[in-house]
Design a protein around this ligand. Sequence first.
Ligand code: RIB
Ligand code: CA
Length: 311
Amino acid sequence: MKRKVIFDCDPGVDDGVALLLALSAKHEIDLLGVTTVAGNVSAELTARNACVIREIVGRLDVPIFSGCTKPLVRDPIEAGHFHGESGLGDLPIRALTHHVSSEHAVDFLVRTLIDAAPESMSLVITGPMTNVATALQREPRCVKGIKEFVIMGGARSEGGNITASAEYNIYADPHAAQKIFNAGPRVWAFGLDATHQVRATPARTATLSAIGTPIARAAAQLIEFSNALPANGPREYGSPLHDPCPIVWLIQTELFEFIPCHVDVETESPLTLGHTAVEFRPRADREQNVRWAVRANADGVFSLINRVFQI
Ligand code: RIB
Ligand code: CA
């Protein structure tokens, strides 16, 4: 049974690969819409970039909605140094034939979730969680339509990638993340503990590129941009493929292993802002509503990506 999905993202190089995959996997994912948010780059650029990716795949049937321009509380912090000036690395940015919807992402989220059948929607979030948190804040009844959140964010054993103790998506809007982790629905959380196991080595990137389709070549070009960044470590290790992990899981869940837990987010301390306190020990007063990804089958992830892009 295809999951009904809304994909909220901040493209972003790895979001771009995830979106190429989600838009290509039309037999596995019922993608109702894409919502974009300020994060890696501005809200204007993340929206434009989602439209660029959509035209590469040709899925003009999937609407794109531009969303929040800044986090709930903290000052905005971008990650342009990892994604290039355009936000899509060195991918050519061609003139668009189709643009974002005129409807705000939060309005789309609210009306879609309010009308959804109970627990029917999978919300994938691979950027700061501002849009979804704002929708839940504006209209708490939205939660009834949500089956699960499937998020890229957080870190436990791996430590942080934007500060010593915080991963970027959580750090960029910690108040939004705290709302999502504690909204009630199941959260499938792909933190750095799992995504750091999924490395786009030169061999894997070359195999992807050799598929030769425009979509596969675009994905390889986005990945190669990350691999060339010194901040992502030695090229031979390959950069971590963060945001495609939730999308891959939607298609082949057995590629990842999880531990039940609950998660709270530091929203006050200047030193540890955005830290995810991942508690595996059961407590009588807290439901373990989160499944924390601890193992990834990296070869299986790349085999699936190659299979989807072959078509
Ligand atoms: O920490 C990795 C996350 O931060 C990814 O979603 C990447 O796109 C950046 O937003
Ligand atoms: Ca992202």
